[in-house]
Design a protein around this ligand. Sequence first.
Ligand code: PLA
Length: 458
Amino acid sequence: MASTALPSVCPSAVLSFQDKCKDKTKCAFFGKGKQTLSIKTKSNGQITMAVAVNTSRFDNITMAPPDPILGVSEAFKADTSEMKLNLGVGAYRTEELQPYVLKVVKKAENLMLERGENKEYLPIEGLAAFNKATAELLFGADNPVLHQQRVATIQGLSGTGSLRVAAALIERYFPGAKVLISSPTWGNHKNIFNDARVPWSEYRYYDPKTVGLDFDGMIADIKAAPEGSFVLLHGCAHNPTGIDPTLEQWEKIADVIQEKNHFPFFDVAYQGFASGSLDEDASSVRLFAARGMELLVAQSYSKNLGLYAERVGAINVLCSSADAAVRVKSQLKRIARPMYSNPPVHGARIVANVVGNPDFFNEWKDEMEMMAGRIKSVRQKLYNNLSAKDKSGKDWSFVLKQIGMFSFTGLNKAQSDNMTDKWHIYMTKDGRISLAGLSAAKCEYLADAIIDSYHNVS
Ligand code: PLA
């Protein structure tokens, strides 16, 4: 800040100066709001004038790093190459690499328009028909936990917002409890718990040597965690590895969690997308519920119904009694109200309409199978190209073993950089590619890029 002492002037001069400057648009000292001027009269009659040039109270705020996943889409947009391919974010594309709105979603929306639904606020907990449908999709409509009213469900701002509400519940009612997160995991998990001030640590999950699950490491780390920790589990289609435990392994994971009095916390962002079946993909959650365990589940409809920007999802807390569920639900609402007040209605109505109408429900299942099927077919085609073109003898079969939207290629940061810099293929720097953004036509090009990056960059 520059400080200038003006020659002694009488107070009336100050007044006239201030008067002149009342019209700030004409006064040179107030150029475009970038400068501020303050005038002080000292006891000796001198006037000091302080001019602050181009300063901001935000000057000590540094640039946040670009988001490791959504930042990739920004970089992709800026690339002018015709060969460019966005395999960063997990968003389903058609064979023509265009975004896809499910036909059944359009039908449900038309119905909603015809009905002339209003735009009144939803209750804090969200749309009742949605909450009922989402808990039934997750646990199965005839699951005793629902009939016993042991599940507290509130609609959330998709998977992310639901995880954030659950994190706030943990912070408030289980202070100091740790969340155990798989290594690696979806990049945003750590931010969510950091921002909610919930301590976390990692458990082993991925074994680069076998390109598979490090099951023994996972069990050992869950066992070693302080009793009563929350164990964050990907319900299906683990992101980023695409490696899920088998049902037998899930049973063993449940054993250890029960032994240690831990709390299972499922993130279900891909129900129906891993196997193509809603029920099969919920089997991990249902297995834990059948053991009478209390658990948390965050759900998302971004991928399975393609409702990405509608932000529709839910947080479910399975409690050991109906009475506990009522109290937990009241506190979930208490957390949500000052955070975002109440959730958006449009996506919730779509889900409720699709699930509530048997024809629509069947159409949804068909379309989900179609999407999951397209991803499986490009997975196969990518593998075929990799194994036919790479003469080094490397085993690429892990591509086929992984499930869901992603393939975890094992490419390191330098190799992933090569994919982008040389081949214009955009992906996250942990070596993850979204097969949902790949077309059959681009499989060969992608295989060439992977082989080049794997063998020629270290
Ligand atoms: N949980 C997991 C494991 C996810 O992969 C994602 C999304 C979410 C929750 C949250 O999604 P939602 O808030 O839209 O419901 N992961 C994406 C997108 C698809 C993202 O990073 O936001 C991904 O590319 O990893």
